[in-house]
Design a protein around this ligand. Sequence first.
Ligand code: NAD
Ligand code: WQD
Length: 337
Amino acid sequence: MNILVTGGAGYIGSHTVLALMERGHHVVVLDNFSNSSPKVMPRLEALAGNPIPLCQVDLRDGDTVFDVLVSHKIDAVIHFAALKAVGESCEQPLQYFDNNVSGTISLLLAMQKANVLRFVFSSSAMVYGDTEHETLSENTPRSANNPYGRTKLMIEEIIQDHCAADTNFKAAILRYFNPVGAHPSGMIGEDPRGTPNNLMPYLCQVASGKREKLSVFGNDYPTPDGTGLRDYLHVMDLARAHADALDYLQSQSKNLTVNLGTGSASSVLDMIHAFEQANKLKIPHEIIGRRPGDVTRLCADPGLAKELLSWESRHDLLQMCADAWRWQSKNPEGYNS
Ligand code: NAD
Ligand code: WQD
């Protein structure tokens, strides 16, 4: 199939481009490089062994998006393009609703006009908000508690209404838990701008000496070691799930919503210890107060993804840490190294 990957120059999108091409698909990348670098493209082409057409476009430019869909004879769209920082979304909610929600509506309208009927959407565990459920299944009540999470929740509703109105249009909503790691080559990976908000990229920068120490946000949670629990998922496993979801839409012609995680929760200290063991490094760290907005535990029940897609994670925490460090150590300044 001819697949348009929006946000394909980004962290998860770039890894998914490779997974799709390995499965024989032809991929076109659409990105405005608002949070990524064009320098990823030659690396992707080297890894894929084939050229990858690139369209530098903002999703909100619907006419150009339509032209891309038609000129490349796109059969399906995998939609990663979004702003994704929770804290930033609280400071700039209008920018997040415009970029993420209006951008998606613009894309869906262009797809409707071009008669492109297969769609895979990047959603997030953030749609579950402050939940105390041990593990989260797809029918756990959703209640986003920040603007970013609300953009994901709104887009899920928009997709469901569109599918109800046009039964020829089939969509897969994939709710990611905590993606980490990098392609085993160390040639592509997560390249955050400024100070990383997320644990793994910050941890990698401490390991490389770019940051002095890791601040652990609270050890007074009701968890075994007091630090927050998350369901960390290797980005290569996550990328594979997108190819599986596309196959499902083609073969079953049914809509799909699945949570994507390992089903096991790891604490911040677990991650630090795994990183130290996997890479034979010491990670200086200090326990400080909780980060506002953090929940105690976020862990997926991945049973439905296994049942419908025959998908499950294949990488453990040590492999996630080894692959993340290989990318960081080979590219200390990311794509500007
Ligand atoms: P990323 O920032 O690395 O990639 C997003 C890409 O989209 C970037 O290349 C950016 O330039 C592009 N983009 C943003 N707005 C655009 C627009 N209006 N037009 C065109 N391109 C645009 O982020 P990521 O970590 O790869 O996340 C990809 C998707 O997965 C996002 O939708 C995010 O919300 C979702 N997600 C990410 C995580 C995570 O922890 N990384 C977890 C759950 C869900
Ligand atoms: C993980 C754990 C922190 C940094 C975020 C986004 C969410 C989604 C996934 C897009 C928590 C602790 C972190 C640090 C720390 N992205 N931590 N020191 O918050 O689960 O989710 O990424 O959809 O929207 O919010 O991930 O990596 O920020 O935090 O102790 O310097 O690590 O308290 O327990 P989070 P995270």
